[in-house]
Write a protein that binds this ligand. Structure first.
Ligand SMILES: [Zn+2]
Length: 1027
């Protein structure tokens, strides 16, 4: 295998660069050459460890350790570089030696007097003076009198050079606003390094003597500031902040320009300005460099005000070799030949103000397909040999762009829109304005790809295009409201596909199966005590990373769906969001702004703010309990909390638009009645006696319903008599809700099985897939507990109830999307349970595929089942590995990889995990590999060991709190159900301290293990009796 070896990069450690700069180029901040800079006061920079430590102790407990570490390391590194600049100007004094005590507070006059007396007295006096001298004598500030007017709680941290850093918060001060950036980048793809020059034009909003901004992993080699003031350049690494401290205040209304030159390594992770490589089918390796800045990594490519509210314009220039192309947010304005055979591409200045996390640039040798769509040049870029896989994306993006232009009544504002498939990319895609980046799987589809694969591509493009309005044009003020970006884009992705591609309606659209099952999974996640409110306070980088979760995305989208279904008139929701986008175009907003816009347009004076804030400001969701007596229905709400030992949340109340249908009218949308439940309980009067009620019509609301014993029995009986008495969404919703209630302990498992009795008559995708998923979860728990007898009975139960439907599935091409989805779910389950018919069919397809030398095609929706069966087989595993190495089509490769990772052979499991960790299999796939390994009996304990042993390498690749790390933790622990396992997981994560112990996903993992343990203890005897 000749995949990219990350160890081969010319990777000069950052501290080596900084030290070498320090030794060879002492004049690192080249102030002397800039006539606008007056000479610095020689006393401006000093080194005084005693003082540093005293001040450090003044910080909070957690900050202290960080700061101590930073002071010790960075004083030797970047900080020293800046000190050295002062040292050079002081000609021959070393920055490492203590300076003469300043005049203000020391006692040099005593020394003058003593010289006049005796030498012995001199020595004695000096000894006394030095002994009693306070530590502050050696500092620049001398012995300051305590300033009684300083706020007591503002304790400034220490910069890398030992100076006080002039800012003590994570978020930047609001006194300076960046207006424009002029950015020149010079990447070297041979050495995997880059240099840059950033000019920031700023305006002063409030008078201030400090400019604080972000920079991370950048070695600043030169800084100029064109205002005739004395200034010191400071760096505080723990918060990735840089500062210019000025001797005099800048006045409000003043403009100023800061120019910074710097050098850095291209990142070898997936954020910042990072390098990537790929090998084409002839075995030639190519390298490229791309960016991923959201949320906090623009600062790793250029110094900037890296918060979403600091919107500015960007003029970007990139130097390249002639065999590469460059791309950025804007169209290319011109190319200029430079010395040494390089070319400089200059892009047009952005025509919009944008947040730093949306800036992007790429240097690669890609090719493209292009089309003009209503005045916008739409292009799809890929590696040259995959150009033929770009048509579908180009066509889909063009249709969706036209749709959004009309739907939002605001035209896409840039002249071009590039969609780029990056061979090594961690996220699914990233909405950089005008330059959207994707994984190859989420953008490229082959001509023979299945409908399901095309759906994925259409769905991701729809999501990212929606961001060009939601997120790019109107941006959340801070990461606490990330859902305004992600919830909306997720909602729009389903909504737009339904409108633009109605033929796909059965799968991933607003009313399709995928969004429905996403809502179920989000309810499961949000039922944990460790969940969080949609809009929630975030203050650390890890917390910001953790916002990229199902609550921001799917719950955000779910509550928008619920709101839309509650608003009178189909156009009202659309009018409200158009109003919101127009009112805040180019600006930043918070959740309240959105609800206000929708309230203002409400024709029936519906208070959207009142209703929706109960869904965004509280974590979790309500459980609505129904008590039906003749024509009276008592509804009660409470917080659905799986671990309900915490009494503090029992007071949560939601404003719930409860919808319901009953036995006399239950299918058509006209049957739907609405009742708003705002209080703890309320009573609803029916026009006459009803046999049963089904609440939450088509599961469009974000809540779970308990019908009580009588209610569940009535619904189970009704379904047993006639499966079509409810819509398929309602049937899936009943299945989901009853399993959730069983987990909560409100419904016995016997009742669950009662409801499932109707399943033999079920043929619709969403109820079947939901029931299979729930039963498989229990099967996996039993298997992992080594309750093999019960696991075998569960297997029989599944095969008895679903066997006839499994047997009906064909193995040829299937046209309907919904049938493809149903078939793949049923057959994957059947083969994973070793059902003989299934495994034989899969093996025979694999054999034909293997022997046909690429001419035989396995239907796309069956590929996963076939490759997984091959991965289980001794003889086929090696063949599959060979196929994986030579396959170019990413979507197929991923399925092969999942097949390889599902092996039960421990040596092969080790091999596959190591290959990915070392980068021989793209490390972007490691979360997928780990989650697949964990599914198998042989792999799940081994995977947990692997994670513990390699934790530091994992968080080197994927940031603490990131979605990748969340996936790894969740998949490794979600099948644990014993006290010993709980203790192990707890002990491991608490030992990590700042390397991950505080993550929300750790709390979720522990809570899930406790719940598994509780459910098992409670239900093992029921399973023995009824399975
Ligand atoms: Zn998104």
């Amino acid at each position: 295998m000749d995949l990219f070896d990350s160890n081969k990069r010319v990777n000069l450690p950052r501290n080596m660069i900084e030290n070498s700069m320090f030794e060879e180029e002492p004049d690192v901040v080249d102030l002397a050459k800039d006539s606008t800079f007056p000479a610095l006061d020689p006393d401006e920079v000093t080194y005084e460890p005693r003082r540093s430590r005293l001040l450090v102790r003044g910080l909070g407990e957690n900050d202290m350790e960080d700061d101590e570490e930073d002071c010790e390391s960075s004083a030797r590194l970047l900080g020293m570089s800046f000190m050295n600049r002062s040292a050079a100007r002081r000609s021959n004094s070393s920055p490492y030696t203590r300076q003469s005590p300043p005049r203000s507070c020391s006692r040099p006059s005593a020394r003058t007097m003593v010289v006049c007396v005796l030498v012995l007295v001199i020595v004695a006096s000096m000894t006394m003076v030095l002994y009693f001298l306070p530590g502050c004598t050696f500092t620049k500030a001398g012995c300051r009198k305590p300033n009684k007017t300083d706020p007591i709680d503002t304790v400034y941290p220490i910069s890398t050079n030992g100076e006080l850093f002039p800012w003590a918060q994570l978020r930047l001060p609001q006194s300076i606003k960046p207006l424009s950036y002029d950015l020149t980048l010079n990447p070297d793809l041979d050495k995997m390094t880059f240099t840059g020059r950033t000019v920031i034009n700023m305006s002063v909003l409030h008078s201030t003597s400090r400019i604080v901004f972000h920079g991370a992993n950048l070695n600043i080699t030169k800084a100029t500031f064109k205002v005739g003031l004395k200034r010191i350049f400071l760096c505080y690494k723990p918060r990735q902040q840089l500062a210019v401290n000025l001797s005099k205040e800048l006045e409000a209304g003043q403009y100023c320009v800061l120019t910074l030159e710097y050098a850095a390594n291209l990142s070898n992770t997936y954020d910042g300005f990072y390098s990537s490589s790929y090998t084409d089918k002839d075995g030639n390796k190519s390298v490229l460099a791309a960016t991923q800045f959201e949320p906090l990594s623009a600062r790793k490519a250029f110094p900037c005000f890296d918060e979403p509210t600091f919107k500015a314009t960007f003029l970007i220039k990139i130097n390249r070799k002639k065999n590469y192309i460059t791309l950025s947010n804007m169209p290319k304005a011109k190319s200029t030949d430079l010395a040494g055979g390089l070319v400089q591409d200059e892009f047009e200045k952005t025509s919009v103000n944008m947040s730093t996390y949306l800036v992007a640039f790429i240097v690669a040798n890609f090719t493209s397909l292009t089309k003009n769509v209503s005045g916008t040049q739409v292009s799809v870029y890929s590696v040259p040999e995959k150009k033929e896989h770009s048509d579908y994306a180009l066509d889909t993006a063009s249709k969706l762009l036209e749709f959004y232009n009309t739907f939002f009544d605001i035209n896409y504002p840039l002249k071009k829109l590039d969609l780029v498939a990056i061979p090594d990319f961690l996220a699914g895609a990233m909405e950089n304005w005008g330059l959207i980046t994707f994984r190859e799987t989420t953008l490229l589809v082959g001509k023979n790809s299945s409908f399901l694969e095309k759906q994925v591509v259409a769905s991701v493009i729809a999501h990212e295009l929606a961001h060009q309005w939601f997120g790019n044009l109107v941006t959340m003020r801070w990461w606490n409201d990330l859902w305004l970006n992600e919830g909306f884009a997720t909602y729009m992705q389903y909504m737009s596909l339904q409108e633009v591609f109605p033929q796909l309606d059965t799968l991933i659209t607003l009313h399709g199966n995928l969004f429905l099952s996403d809502r179920f999974r989000t309810l499961d996640q949000d039922a944990l005590n460790s969940s969080h409110a949609v809009s929630t306070k975030v203050s650390t980088p890890e917390q910001i990373e953790e916002m990229f979760d199902s609550v921001s995305y799917e719950k955000g989208a779910s509550i928008l769906l619920m709101l839309k279904a509650s608003l009178p008139g189909p156009q009202q929701f659309r009018k409200g969001i158009i109003e919101y986008l127009k009112q805040f175009s180019g600006l930043n907003t918070d959740t309240g702004d959105l609800w206000n816009s929708l309230t203002q347009l409400s024709t029936q004076h519906m208070n959207v703010t009142e209703m929706m804030s109960s869904w965004t400001s509280q974590k979790g969701f309500p459980l609505v309990t129904v008590n039906l007596t003749d024509d009276q229905v008592k509804l009660t709400q409470e917080h659905f909390l799986l671990t309900s030992d915490n009494a503090t949340h029992t007071s949560s109340l939601w404003n719930i638009p409860v919808t319901y249908v009953n036995d006399s009218c239950s299918l058509a949308p006209e049957c739907r009645q609405v009742f708003t439940l705002k209080t703890k309980s309320d009573t609803l009067k029916m026009p006459g006696k009803v046999k049963w009620l089904k609440l939450n019509y088509k599961n469009m609301g974000f809540y779970i319903v308990d019908y009580g014993k009588g209610g569940w029995t009535a619904l189970s009986e009704a379904l047993s008599k006639n499966v079509s008495v409810l819509t398929h969404e309602d049937r899936a919703s009943l299945i989901h809700n009853i399993f959730a209630l069983s987990r909560l302990g409100r419904v016995s498992f016997q009742q669950v099985l009662n409801l499932l009795n109707y399943m033999s008559a079920e043929t619709e995708t969403s109820p079947v897939t939901e029931a299979l998923l729930q039963l498989n979860n229990i099967y996996k728990l039993l298997e992992k507990r080594q309750a093999f007898g019960l696991a075998a009975r569960m297997k029989d139960y599944i095969l008895t109830h679903f066997g006839p439907l499994m047997d009906k599935q064909t193995w040829e091409e299937e046209e309907t999307v919904s049938k493809q989805e149903l078939r793949s779910a049923l057959l994957e389950m059947a083969c994973s349970l070793n059902e003989k018919n299934c495994t034989q069919q899969a093996k025979s397809l694999f054999k034909q595929y293997k022997e046909s030398n690429g001419t035989f095609k396995i239907p796309g929706d069956l590929q996963q089942t076939v490759f997984t069966v091959a991965g289980h087989s001794d003889e086929d595993w090696e063949t599959l590995l060979g196929m994986y190495q030579h396959a170019t089509y990413d979507s197929e490769k991923r399925k092969m990889l999942k097949g390889l990772a599902s092996t039960q052979d421990p040596l092969r499991l080790v091999q596959i995990l190591k290959l990915s960790l070392n980068g021989n299999i793209q490390t972007q796939e490691l979360p997928l590999i780990i989650s697949t390994v964990c599914q198998g009996f042989a792999g799940y304990l081994f995977a947990w060991d692997f994670i513990q042993e390699n934790w530091d390498r994992l968080i080197e690749k994927f940031p603490v709190g990131s979605f990748a790390i969340q996936t790894i933790i969740k998949s490794a622990t979600s099948q644990f159900s014993t006290q010993t396992q709980l203790n192990q997981v707890q002990a491991f994560f608490s030992s990590l301290e700042e390397r991950g112990s505080q993550m929300r996903s750790v709390q979720e993992a522990l809570e899930t293990i406790r719940l598994n343990q509780r459910w098992m203890d409670k239900n093992l005897s029921t399973l023995q009796k009824y399975l």
